[in-house]
Design a protein around this ligand. Structure first.
Ligand SMILES: Cc1cc2nc3c(=O)[nH]c(=O)nc-3n(C[C@H](O)[C@H](O)[C@H](O)COP(=O)(O)O)c2cc1C
Length: 172
């Protein structure tokens, strides 16, 4: 659905007390979005429900970040990430998000759940530079190798800082 949307420079900001919530099935199809998620997206609830979550994907986010997200989720781990999302009109909003599996009472993963908050401006400045460098690696590597190329870059970046991904993200 978002393939036809052209990104613009129109930025929307979250309020300090906003929580953006969405829930998906195991394949990342949206099953629920709270009011603020729907409003910021610019889509109707009807358009969002049952769409893939990449409906709000912004091209400035490296594919490697989503690969990392799905790798972590497949290991039943939670993941924190700074995500820039794109609205229906091409505008964008930055979030600091937490994605985690949801379980049934037998411990089986039934889907995924995400809560996002307003990020700090200083964090976005660090992340923008990092993602730009990761995207550069993806461009050089070509479509097929893009996620691995940018994840290699991210791993080297973390190694140089002597931090795990989580330590780095939570320190921003
Ligand atoms: C619970 C949950 C929340 C997600 N939230 C977002 C989001 O806010 N923005 C986004 O671009 N992708 C989000 N994703 C990841 C998408 O499912 C998808 O992997 C990503 O947009 C990349 O899509 P693509 O590989 O088709 O380009 C989320 C996934 C899950 C499971």
């Amino acid at each position: 659905m978002n393939n036809k949307v052209t990104p613009t420079h129109k930025e929307r900001s979250l309020h300090d007390d906003d929580f953006i919530v969405s829930k998906t099935d195991l394949k990342g199809r949206i099953l629920y979005g709270n009011r603020i998620f729907i409003e910021l997206s610019g889509y109707s609830e009807h358009e969002l429900l049952n769409s893939q979550h990449n409906v709000v994907r912004h091209p400035d986010i490296p594919r490697g970040i989503f690969q990392l997200m799905w790798n972590m989720l497949s290991k039943k781990k939670e993941m924190f990430a700074y995500l820039k999302n794109m609205s229906k009109d091409g505008g964008f909003y930055w979030t600091f998000g937490h994605v985690t599996p949801s379980y049934d009472d037998r411990g089986n993963v039934t889907g995924y759940y995400s809560v996002r908050r307003k990020p700090k401006a200083e964090a976005i400045s660090v992340i923008t530079d990092l993602y730009r460098a990761m995207l550069e690696q993806e461009r050089k590597a070509g479509a097929q190798d893009a996620p691995n190329a940018s994840l290699n870059y991210l791993n080297q970046f973390l190694e140089q800082r002597g931090e795990s991904y989580e330590e780095f993200i939570l320190s921003l």
